[in-house]
Design a protein around this ligand. Structure first.
Ligand code: HEC
Length: 117
């Protein structure tokens, strides 16, 4: 009996993804990385997201999601934000604000289907 409980506990830790991991998954699966970069480092007109404050990013995404945007670059973002749920936004902002510098190259390669990184 004890072994069953121990193995169930062990399996549940394997199954329960953290908010950070869900955010990371969304970031690559929703193609955010194609503009903001594989390490959320940004480039040119695409802002860096890694290590910015949770509350700031969440406010931005909620704003973009309303679609009430007033520039072409915000318009670009709005179409990606409109498909995000509140939960998605929380997970993404957790991922950005707690971003681990050395993100595994393998992860981005996987999600991008091996096409560039
Ligand atoms: C087509 C390119 C593109 C894609 C794809 C894209 N973004 Fe953006 N994103 C932008 C641009 C451009 C801005 C700057 C908008 C502005 O002028 O405020 C931006 C801004 C942001 C900001 C605000 C950053 C800040 O410091 O103000 C967040 C947060 C963000 N994007 C998250 C995401 C997430 C999450 C996804 C995926 C669901 C995503 N973006 C996909 C282009 C993109």
């Amino acid at each position: 009996m004890r072994y069953i409980i121990i193995s169930l506990l062990f399996m549940s830790t394997l199954w329960s993804e953290t908010s950070y991991e869900r955010g990371e998954y969304l970031y690559f699966s929703k193609a955010c990385s194609s503009c903001h970069g594989p390490s959320a480092e940004g480039s040119m007109s695409y802002p860096k997201l890694a290590h910015k404050k949770f509350a700031y990013l969440q406010k931005k995404l909620l704003h973009f999601r309303t679609g009430k945007v007033d520039s072409v670059s915000q318009q670009m973002m709005a179409q990606f934000a409109e498909k995000l749920s509140d939960e998605d936004i929380k997970n993404l902002c957790t991922f950005f604000s707690q971003h681990k510098e050395n993100m595994t190259e393998d992860v981005s390669d996987d999600y991008l289907g091996g096409v560039g990184s």
